[in-house]
Design a protein around this ligand. Structure first.
Ligand code: ZN
Length: 474
């Protein structure tokens, strides 16, 4: 048994405890007469429990690691009026003499503590504005905790539509999210402050017109930055301080190759719009970039160089994909051959070039790849796998797959094993070969690009394979 499978188990236990906690909390939050303080305490306790469980179970799953970030407040950029509460998603408070402006609100289960700590740190004042970088749960989930009477809730004009589809597809998305971020509760919250999808912005910002206001002598510019993590992305720019609160516009690592596609399964992210967004942000010449995940970055030259590199990298991948499509190449050929040139090398720990290629391809061409007739009909290849297994024999397929793994071709092995296991789902040698192929891919991913989504996916498949192997015992 590998190291990996040893630490998977305590986490499952942690999840069961978490599901109970969040479930129990839901009763308190949905109760009509429960006082606000009680509800906030319950929410804070549930959030604390998640963080402690994640830390104790030593969950080491990259993007999923964010849950282990403690909720703490610090000042940022050397400014005495800019506060950040850390967490899965960071919440920012800009204190002015005429009230607080909040940018992003983090995850619902951490929002109560984030708000309490921020208000303890900052001078007492009402919250005049809550600005949401986009509709994702880790940025807008905490909004109900900040929505006081009269608070202006500022979002992109596309926010209601993005929130609508994320809400309508909540079960589908929750399954995918939970597969990749196993600390999430089993079910999404269906009521109370923790429920997703009830944010009603009071001001919508269209793409062609930033929203500017001044408060307590500080100038604020809410900039539409579509194409990043969705059509409803916003940044907050403080022109006098040259601070850019970037939300998820660059993703959680700055700089990186951005996630112009997400495995979590959302609407397509538009590459050309994203390049235009980067152009506009480069022109601002920010001196501080404060993303809503992880650490801020400082230094005008460094930030400019990073932004230019990200823009050029996305443009390179986009243009190479378009050129390949025009040259009649297949999506698989392009996924294999398009790379970033050395001068544009960027972390692919989150966004990944080969997946961006596929995503850009399908953004333009959609799902019909013009390859085979069978693409047009609802009969997948898997329907004939049992026949192929019968003809070739599951033993022979498993043995050939193992040879592929040993020769360094784990994906070829997985194709053969899809056939073998399609015919005989609990064929032990085929399952063992699949475990080896997945483990090899995982080890290669870890030693190579370190893409967190790839590794999380492979760990998920390893868990399923191990469960199937366990089922064959006895
Ligand atoms: Zn995020």
């Amino acid at each position: 048994m590998s190291d990996r499978s040893r630490w998977i188990r305590p986490r499952n236990l942690a999840l069961a405890v978490l599901a109970l906690l969040v479930g129990a909390g839901g009763v308190v939050w949905s109760s009509e007469d429960a006082g606000r303080t009680v509800r906030l305490r319950a929410a804070e306790a549930a959030g604390e429990a998640v963080t402690r469980i994640a830390q104790r179970a030593q969950v080491q799953e990259r993007a999923a690691d964010f849950i282990a970030t403690p909720v703490e407040v610090r000042k940022i950029g050397g400014f005495d009026f800019l506060y950040q509460a850390t967490g899965v998603g960071n919440t920012h408070l800009i204190a002015t003499s005429e009230g607080h402006v909040v940018f992003d609100t983090g995850l619902s289960i951490q929002a109560a503590k984030q708000r309490r700590l921020l208000e303890e740190a900052a001078p007492e004042a009402p919250v005049t504005h809550v600005i949401l970088s986009h509709s994702h749960q880790d940025h807008a989930g905490g909004a109900p905790f900040w929505s006081d009477e009269g608070t202006e809730i500022v979002a992109h004009r596309e926010y209601p539509e993005e929130q609508r589809y994320l809400k309508e597809l909540e079960d589908y998305l929750h399954f995918r999210n939970r597969t990749l971020f196993p600390w999430m509760p089993e079910e999404p919250s269906r009521s109370g402050l923790l429920e997703f999808g009830n944010v009603v912005p009071t001001r919508l910002v269209p793409n062609h017109e930033p929203y500017r206001f001044e408060q307590g002598g500080i100038r604020f510019e809410v900039l539409p930055t579509p194409g990043a993590e969705g059509a409803d992305n916003l940044c907050l720019w403080l022109p006098d301080q040259k601070v850019l609160f970037s939300g998820d516009t660059f993703g959680p690592i700055f700089p990186q190759f951005p996630n112009v596609f997400t495995m979590r399964g959302e609407k397509v992210r538009k590459p050309v719009e994203y390049i235009a967004t980067l152009e506009r942000l480069i022109a601002l010449e920010p001196e501080f970039v404060v993303p809503s995940h992880q650490e801020p970055a400082a230094g005008r030259e460094e930030i400019r160089a990073a932004l230019v590199k990200m823009r050029d990298a996305v443009r390179h991948v986009h243009d190479a994909t378009v050129a390949g499509m025009n040259a009649g190449k297949s999506v698989h050929e392009l996924m294999a051959e398009i790379e970033l040139p050395p001068e544009l090398a960027l972390s692919q720990a989150h966004g990944r070039v080969s997946w961006a290629v596929k995503s850009i391809w399908e953004y333009y061409a959609t799902w019909f790849h013009f390859d085979t007739t069978t693409e047009l009909y609802p009969v997948p290849a898997a329907e004939v796998y049992p026949e192929l297994t019968e003809l070739a024999g599951a033993d022979a397929l498993a043995e050939r797959a193992r040879a592929h793994v040993e020769a360094g071709r784990p994906v070829h092995a997985l194709h053969l094993l899809n056939i073998a296991l399609g015919g005989e789902p609990l064929h032990r040698p085929a399952l063992e070969a699949r475990r080896e192929a997945l483990q090899r891919l995982h080890d290669e991913a870890e030693a190579g690009l370190g893409n967190s989504y790839e590794m999380d996916w492979l760990l998920y498949r390893l868990r399923l394979t191990q469960e199937a192997l366990d089922a064959t015992e006895g």
